[in-house]
Design a protein around this ligand. Structure first.
Ligand code: HEM
Ligand code: HEM
Length: 172
């Protein structure tokens, strides 16, 4: 269940791979740019964007708490690069928290309210200018997170195929 210096336990791996899947799904929202959403990509893949996004916020907070509770017993990194690894993972966490928060701001800013899997959490209301301003960060942050994730995947594959260490295996 728990992490050890030899590898990540089931809970950490469950968070990591479930959220990889859901965040990957969320990024398909870029597909709305094809024919202004009037395309099967936008029409079939995107409808649950708000619901899955709010679910991801809950998962990200739980995962962050779990990561803190395990930090003293997780695999240790090469001291030469440990700072960059920690900074990279920290930025990924920042993205996982800020994406849903700014997404919620898009909805509040536009006065749409927030409905999650059919349950209305925040009803429709007046438009809110400051929320709209914060919501305008949602798209630029999505591009930054995408770049960060691509760099993260590149490093995982670099460790596995070039440096041939157990970095990928201990998370897989
Ligand atoms: C980890 C969570 C999330 C990710 C990765 C994500 C990702 C994205 C991406 C990639 C786009 C397309 C941006 C573009 O084409 O420039 C987008 C747009 C949008 N997202 Fe999210 N999102 C997340 C959470 C949320 C949440 C929780 C909400 C609402 C409660 C939300 C509401 C929206 C809305 C309304 C748009 C269209 C408006 C816009 O482009 O500014 N998102 N999101
Ligand atoms: C949405 C996509 C992803 C995000 C947000 C993400 C985020 C993270 C974070 C925050 C960590 C630190 C451990 C933790 O707290 O869970 C981590 C570790 C790791 N991730 Fe990802 N990850 C993603 C996708 C991937 C993919 C696709 C791969 C494989 C190709 C991968 C391989 C790894 C490996 C090997 C580790 C362990 C690194 C180490 O021990 O230094 N990740 N990931």
């Amino acid at each position: 269940m728990i992490d050890s210096p030899d590898g990540y336990g089931i809970v950490s791996r469950f968070f990591h791979w479930l959220m990889t899947l859901l965040i990957g799904w969320q990024l398909l929202k870029f597909g709305d740019r094809i024919a202004e959403g009037e395309h099967w990509v936008g029409q079939t893949l995107v409808p649950f964007h708000v619901s899955i996004g709010v679910l991801l916020l809950v998962l990200a907070i739980a995962r962050l708490g779990w990561a803190f509770s395990q930090s003293h017993q997780r695999p240790v990194h090469d001291p030469a690069t440990a700072f960059f690894v920690r900074a990279g993972h920290g930025l990924l966490y920042a993205g996982m928290i800020l994406m849903p928060l700014t997404g919620i701001m898009v909805m509040l800013g536009g006065g749409y309210g927030v409905t999650v899997f059919g349950v209305e959490l925040i009803p429709e209301a007046e438009e809110i200018a400051w929320a709209e301003a914060l919501g305008s960060l949602h798209s630029p942050l999505a591009w930054l997170l995408t770049a960060l994730i691509l760099g993260h995947i590149f490093m995982a594959l670099f460790h596995h195929f070039i440096r041939r260490d157990d970095t990928l295996v201990r998370m897989a």
